[in-house]
Design a binder for this molecule. Structure first.
Ligand code: ADP
Ligand code: MG
Length: 257
């Protein structure tokens, strides 16, 4: 977690269709380095697709995304963007951590093994350095005592905290969270949100898709509301949550609050 101003995400005129359905429709968004952006919107509004384009897990049809000036998934030559080779795409992804709804830990590995695998493979860390880094991250997520546990034996909340630690192990500039607490029993939601809150203002840029309005109110620098693949409203959490200007935002908030 560096304090240098890295992790500026710039989304410019991005559109993406699946067949005839436009999942993203001319989306533009600036996400400042080190900031926390919460994305809200009804199911099917394009929130996951937007996160996936930031990681080039989804190819855009139009527009482009940059992180710290680098084109995600592409390299620019003159006025043309050429798609990167798979190897270069994987290299770029190291800068972007991704946490899904269904914490996808390796169930046959211990917690510690889950945390050291990627740094050794992708960052060429020695095992000793990776283990040291892993214990530091276990402290961040409050699970040092679980280092040798099998990940499948942890509670859902603990597994998600380990999934966050695993994403952090590659020291990404940007962390994307796609409904990180949606699959959890209600009593486990708080412990995961507390970890994400701790990461806010640590220097890493956070983009969080969630329906947890209280979390958005407390930590978001910017709240974005999407409907039908478009951003219909964006601003400070105070403006968007307390004084929404769009009828669809008011309607949505009245349902989730
Ligand atoms: P959200 O995360 O806001 O619920 P998504 O980004 O998952 O929305 O989906 C936006 C729209 O795109 C939905 O209508 C969804 O059915 C469609 N969609 C998403 N991914 C695919 C895909 N791989 N193939 C076809 N349609 C998709
Ligand atoms: Mg989604």
């Amino acid at each position: 977690m560096s304090a240098s101003p890295e992790g500026h995400i710039s989304i410019t005129g991005v559109s993406k269709s699946f067949g005839r359905h436009k999942a993203l429709d001319n989306v533009s968004l600036e996400i400042p380095p080190g900031s926390v952006t919460v994305i809200l919107g009804p199911s099917g509004s394009g929130k996951s697709t937007l996160l996936r384009t930031i990681n080039h897990l989804e190819r855009v049809d139009e527009g482009f995304i940059q992180i710290d000036g680098d084109y995600i998934g592409y390299r620019r030559q003159g006025n043309t963007l050429y798609e990167l080779k798979e190897k270069e795409i994987l290299k770029q992804r190291i800068n972007v951590g991704y946490v899904f709804q269904n914490f996808n830990l390796f169930p046959h590995l211990t917690v510690l093994e889950n945390l050291i695998e990627a740094p050794i493979a992708h960052k060429k860390l020695s095992r000793k350095a990776a283990v040291e880094r892993a214990y530091g991250l276990l402290d961040v997520v409050g699970l040092r005592d679980k280092a040798d546990a099998w990940s499948r034996h942890l509670s859902g909340g603990q597994q998600q905290r380990i999934a966050i630690a695993r994403a952090l192990a590659l020291r990404p500039r940007v962390m994307l969270f796609d409904e990180p607490t949606s699959a959890l029993d209600p009593e486990l939601v708080g412990e995961v949100l507390d970890v994400i809150k701790k990461l806010a203002r640590s220097g890493t840029t956070l983009v969080v898709v969630t329906h947890e309005i209280g979390f958005a109110r407390e930590v978001a620098d910017q709240v974005v509301f999407m409907v039908d693949g478009k951003i219909v409203e964006q601003g400070s959490s105070d403006d968007v949550l307390n004084r929404p200007s769009h009828a669809r935002t008011r309607q949505f908030l009245s349902k989730v609050l």
